[in-house]
Design a protein around this ligand. Structure first.
Ligand code: FEO
Length: 131
């Protein structure tokens, strides 16, 4: 069962590129979660983890570029959230590849919890500015 399902009501920002990228991001997260909770081999999980984090980094950069281009006032606080999350993700990625951490169900729930807060609170707030 999918960890996270995109709906316009819960996650829609009304900004086309952001909604499209969030849907792709959710797909990558669900793939990683399914692999991690069904006993896939570490190489497969590691590749999916790398793909997800690379996509998240690109997505954050895209949002930030658009916020700057539109002179959005919430940019600094929003960027702080992105930087903090990338720090957590990069730490997990490094530890996973060093054999010091695993992608567990709890990791998936943590990422879902972050998205459940970030998209409605921060991403939806740029809706009017970025449309
Ligand atoms: Fe869609 Fe601010 O991340």
């Amino acid at each position: 069962m999918a960890l996270i399902t995109w709906t316009a009501e819960q996650y829609g920002t009304g900004v086309g590129f952001a909604d499209d990228e969030h849907k792709t991001l959710f797909g990558l997260l669900n793939k990683l979660y399914d692999e991690a909770t069904s006993g896939a081999d570490r190489a497969t999980i590691g590749a999916s983890l790398d793909a997800l984090i690379a996509y998240v980094v690109d997505h954050f950069a895209h949002e930030e570029k658009e916020m700057v281009a539109k002179g959005y006032g919430g940019y600094d606080r929003h960027k702080e959230e992105h930087v903090a999350f990338i720090g957590i993700a990069a730490d997990l990625q490094k530890k996973f590849h060093a054999g010091e951490a695993e992608v567990t169900e709890a990791v998936g729930q943590l990422v879902k919890g972050w998205l459940d807060n970030h998209i409605p609170t921060f991403d939806k707030s740029y809706s009017d500015a970025l449309k």
